[in-house]
Design a protein around this ligand. Sequence first.
Ligand SMILES: [Zn+2]
Ligand SMILES: [Zn+2]
Length: 240
Amino acid sequence: MKERIRIDTHAHTEASDGKHSLQSMIEKAIKEKFTVFSITNHLWYPNGNWETDLERIQEEFCHAERFIKEHATEIRVVPGAEITTSKWHLVLLGTDFDQLSRYLSHKENSFDLKNILPWAHDNGVLSIAAHPLAIRGFHSMSLKKLEEHAELLTGAEIHNGEFHRRMPHKLYELWHYEAKKQIGKLDLIPFTGSDAHRMKDIGMGTEVTVSGLIDENTPLIDILSFIRKGKNFIPIIPKK
Ligand SMILES: [Zn+2]
Ligand SMILES: [Zn+2]
Protein backbone atom coordinates (compact mmCIF):
# COMPACT_ATOMS: atom_id res chain seq x y z
CA MET A 1 0.00 0.00 0.00
CA LYS A 2 1.44 3.34 -1.03
CA GLU A 3 0.29 6.72 0.08
CA ARG A 4 1.25 10.26 -0.89
CA ILE A 5 1.44 12.41 2.17
CA ARG A 6 2.40 15.96 3.06
CA ILE A 7 4.83 16.51 5.88
CA ASP A 8 6.15 19.63 7.53
CA THR A 9 9.18 18.84 9.62
CA HIS A 10 9.95 22.32 10.97
CA ALA A 11 7.69 24.84 12.78
CA HIS A 12 7.66 26.97 15.93
CA THR A 13 4.93 28.07 18.34
CA GLU A 14 4.65 30.84 20.90
CA ALA A 15 6.12 28.47 23.49
CA SER A 16 9.40 29.29 21.72
CA ASP A 17 9.94 32.22 19.34
CA GLY A 18 6.81 31.66 17.25
CA LYS A 19 3.92 34.13 17.18
CA HIS A 20 0.94 31.80 17.39
CA SER A 21 -0.47 29.15 19.63
CA LEU A 22 -0.03 25.48 19.09
CA GLN A 23 -3.76 25.04 18.45
CA SER A 24 -3.86 27.62 15.67
CA MET A 25 -0.72 26.18 14.07
CA ILE A 26 -2.18 22.66 14.05
CA GLU A 27 -5.52 23.90 12.71
CA LYS A 28 -3.71 25.63 9.86
CA ALA A 29 -1.65 22.51 9.13
CA ILE A 30 -4.87 20.48 8.93
CA LYS A 31 -6.35 23.06 6.57
CA GLU A 32 -3.26 22.76 4.38
CA LYS A 33 -3.79 18.97 4.28
CA PHE A 34 -0.67 17.91 6.12
CA THR A 35 -0.60 14.35 7.44
CA VAL A 36 2.55 14.73 9.51
CA PHE A 37 3.43 17.92 11.33
CA SER A 38 6.19 18.63 13.78
CA ILE A 39 6.56 21.48 16.23
CA THR A 40 10.30 21.91 16.51
CA ASN A 41 10.73 24.61 19.11
CA HIS A 42 14.22 25.79 19.94
CA LEU A 43 16.57 24.15 22.36
CA TRP A 44 18.76 27.21 22.61
CA TYR A 45 21.91 26.11 24.35
CA PRO A 46 24.48 27.60 24.99
CA ASN A 47 22.74 30.99 25.45
CA GLY A 48 19.74 29.86 27.43
CA ASN A 49 18.75 27.21 29.84
CA TRP A 50 18.23 24.06 27.89
CA GLU A 51 16.44 22.21 30.70
CA THR A 52 13.66 24.80 30.76
CA ASP A 53 13.47 24.82 26.97
CA LEU A 54 13.18 21.07 26.86
CA GLU A 55 10.46 21.04 29.51
CA ARG A 56 8.49 23.57 27.47
CA ILE A 57 8.98 21.58 24.29
CA GLN A 58 7.75 18.45 25.99
CA GLU A 59 4.72 20.22 27.47
CA GLU A 60 3.83 21.67 24.08
CA PHE A 61 3.98 18.23 22.52
CA CYS A 62 1.66 16.82 25.20
CA HIS A 63 -0.79 19.65 24.47
CA ALA A 64 -0.60 18.80 20.79
CA GLU A 65 -1.40 15.15 21.43
CA ARG A 66 -4.35 16.10 23.62
CA PHE A 67 -5.64 18.60 21.07
CA ILE A 68 -5.53 16.02 18.31
CA LYS A 69 -7.34 13.44 20.40
CA GLU A 70 -10.05 15.87 21.43
CA HIS A 71 -10.59 17.00 17.86
CA ALA A 72 -10.38 13.52 16.39
CA THR A 73 -8.26 14.69 13.47
CA GLU A 74 -6.04 12.40 11.49
CA ILE A 75 -3.02 14.67 11.44
CA ARG A 76 -0.07 13.20 13.30
CA VAL A 77 2.20 15.42 15.32
CA VAL A 78 5.70 14.02 15.58
CA PRO A 79 7.74 15.05 18.64
CA GLY A 80 10.64 17.25 17.62
CA ALA A 81 13.01 20.07 18.49
CA GLU A 82 15.40 22.40 16.70
CA ILE A 83 18.52 22.05 18.71
CA THR A 84 21.39 24.52 18.61
CA THR A 85 24.29 22.11 18.62
CA SER A 86 27.69 23.63 19.43
CA LYS A 87 27.01 26.05 16.59
CA TRP A 88 24.58 24.61 14.06
CA HIS A 89 20.82 24.21 13.94
CA LEU A 90 19.70 20.63 13.75
CA VAL A 91 16.09 19.40 13.63
CA LEU A 92 15.48 16.22 15.59
CA LEU A 93 12.32 14.26 14.82
CA GLY A 94 10.83 11.40 16.76
CA THR A 95 12.52 12.30 19.99
CA ASP A 96 11.62 10.71 23.28
CA PHE A 97 12.11 13.83 25.40
CA ASP A 98 12.99 12.01 28.61
CA GLN A 99 15.62 10.03 26.79
CA LEU A 100 16.93 13.21 25.16
CA SER A 101 17.11 14.91 28.54
CA ARG A 102 19.05 12.00 30.03
CA TYR A 103 21.44 12.02 27.11
CA LEU A 104 22.01 15.79 27.26
CA SER A 105 22.67 15.88 30.97
CA HIS A 106 24.85 12.81 31.24
CA LYS A 107 27.05 12.83 28.20
CA GLU A 108 29.98 15.21 28.11
CA ASN A 109 29.82 17.66 25.18
CA SER A 110 26.39 16.29 24.43
CA PHE A 111 25.52 19.23 22.17
CA ASP A 112 28.40 18.53 19.80
CA LEU A 113 27.35 17.20 16.44
CA LYS A 114 29.91 14.46 16.73
CA ASN A 115 28.07 13.16 19.81
CA ILE A 116 24.44 13.99 19.16
CA LEU A 117 24.32 12.54 15.65
CA PRO A 118 25.43 9.04 16.70
CA TRP A 119 22.98 9.27 19.63
CA ALA A 120 20.11 10.19 17.28
CA HIS A 121 21.11 7.51 14.82
CA ASP A 122 21.27 4.78 17.47
CA ASN A 123 17.93 5.79 18.97
CA GLY A 124 15.90 5.96 15.78
CA VAL A 125 15.66 9.76 15.85
CA LEU A 126 15.72 11.51 12.47
CA SER A 127 18.29 14.31 12.19
CA ILE A 128 17.87 17.04 9.60
CA ALA A 129 20.36 19.87 8.98
CA ALA A 130 18.21 23.01 9.22
CA HIS A 131 18.76 25.66 6.50
CA PRO A 132 22.33 24.48 5.70
CA LEU A 133 24.87 26.18 3.44
CA ALA A 134 23.81 29.76 4.10
CA ILE A 135 26.52 32.19 3.16
CA ARG A 136 26.94 33.36 6.72
CA GLY A 137 25.10 33.23 10.00
CA PHE A 138 21.82 31.45 10.64
CA HIS A 139 23.64 28.67 12.52
CA SER A 140 23.87 26.99 9.19
CA MET A 141 26.00 23.90 8.54
CA SER A 142 28.72 24.42 5.97
CA LEU A 143 29.50 21.99 3.18
CA LYS A 144 32.49 20.77 5.16
CA LYS A 145 30.26 20.03 8.16
CA LEU A 146 27.68 18.27 6.02
CA GLU A 147 30.35 16.14 4.40
CA GLU A 148 31.88 15.33 7.74
CA HIS A 149 28.53 14.15 9.16
CA ALA A 150 26.70 12.91 6.07
CA GLU A 151 26.86 9.30 7.13
CA LEU A 152 24.84 9.90 10.29
CA LEU A 153 22.54 12.69 9.15
CA THR A 154 19.12 11.64 7.87
CA GLY A 155 18.66 14.63 5.64
CA ALA A 156 18.97 18.35 5.13
CA GLU A 157 16.68 21.16 4.08
CA ILE A 158 16.79 22.23 0.46
CA HIS A 159 13.92 24.66 1.02
CA ASN A 160 13.32 26.67 4.15
CA GLY A 161 10.37 28.97 4.73
CA GLU A 162 12.27 31.57 6.73
CA PHE A 163 14.85 31.95 3.96
CA HIS A 164 12.05 32.02 1.40
CA ARG A 165 10.32 34.86 3.20
CA ARG A 166 13.41 36.87 4.03
CA MET A 167 15.73 36.53 1.04
CA PRO A 168 15.36 38.28 -2.29
CA HIS A 169 14.03 35.76 -4.82
CA LYS A 170 17.26 35.49 -6.86
CA LEU A 171 19.39 34.89 -3.80
CA TYR A 172 16.92 32.32 -2.51
CA GLU A 173 17.06 30.42 -5.82
CA LEU A 174 20.86 30.42 -5.73
CA TRP A 175 20.85 29.05 -2.20
CA HIS A 176 18.23 26.42 -3.03
CA TYR A 177 20.01 25.10 -6.14
CA GLU A 178 23.30 24.87 -4.30
CA ALA A 179 21.67 23.08 -1.35
CA LYS A 180 19.83 20.71 -3.67
CA LYS A 181 23.01 19.89 -5.58
CA GLN A 182 25.21 19.26 -2.55
CA ILE A 183 22.58 17.34 -0.60
CA GLY A 184 21.93 15.16 -3.64
CA LYS A 185 25.66 14.43 -3.94
CA LEU A 186 25.80 13.45 -0.28
CA ASP A 187 22.77 11.20 -0.72
CA LEU A 188 20.84 12.91 2.09
CA ILE A 189 17.06 13.13 2.12
CA PRO A 190 16.00 16.56 0.78
CA PHE A 191 13.46 18.13 3.13
CA THR A 192 11.38 21.25 2.77
CA GLY A 193 10.57 22.83 6.12
CA SER A 194 8.21 25.76 6.56
CA ASP A 195 10.17 26.93 9.61
CA ALA A 196 6.85 28.66 10.25
CA HIS A 197 6.75 31.12 13.13
CA ARG A 198 3.24 32.33 12.19
CA MET A 199 0.09 30.54 11.05
CA LYS A 200 0.17 32.09 7.63
CA ASP A 201 3.63 30.62 7.01
CA ILE A 202 2.31 27.08 7.20
CA GLY A 203 1.89 25.54 3.77
CA MET A 204 5.45 24.79 2.78
CA GLY A 205 6.55 21.21 3.18
CA THR A 206 7.47 17.97 1.50
CA GLU A 207 5.17 15.67 -0.41
CA VAL A 208 6.44 12.13 -0.24
CA THR A 209 5.31 8.67 -1.24
CA VAL A 210 5.40 6.31 1.71
CA SER A 211 4.93 2.58 1.73
CA GLY A 212 2.00 2.37 4.10
CA LEU A 213 -0.98 4.10 5.57
CA ILE A 214 -0.55 6.79 8.21
CA ASP A 215 -3.56 7.31 10.44
CA GLU A 216 -4.29 7.96 14.09
CA ASN A 217 -3.22 4.43 15.02
CA THR A 218 0.10 4.29 13.21
CA PRO A 219 2.93 3.89 15.74
CA LEU A 220 5.48 6.71 15.77
CA ILE A 221 8.27 4.30 14.90
CA ASP A 222 6.46 3.36 11.67
CA ILE A 223 5.85 7.00 10.74
CA LEU A 224 9.56 7.72 11.14
CA SER A 225 10.51 4.69 9.15
CA PHE A 226 8.03 5.65 6.38
CA ILE A 227 9.61 9.09 6.20
CA ARG A 228 13.13 7.71 6.18
CA LYS A 229 12.36 5.23 3.44
CA GLY A 230 9.98 7.51 1.56
CA LYS A 231 10.34 8.07 -2.17
CA ASN A 232 10.01 11.07 -4.47
CA PHE A 233 10.44 13.91 -2.06
CA ILE A 234 8.69 16.79 -3.79
CA PRO A 235 8.84 20.30 -2.29
CA ILE A 236 5.53 22.05 -1.71
CA ILE A 237 6.11 25.76 -2.26
CA PRO A 238 3.07 28.01 -2.01
CA LYS A 239 2.96 31.10 -4.24
CA LYS A 240 4.34 34.21 -2.57
ZN1 LIG B 1 17.06 27.50 12.62
ZN1 LIG C 1 13.46 27.00 12.94
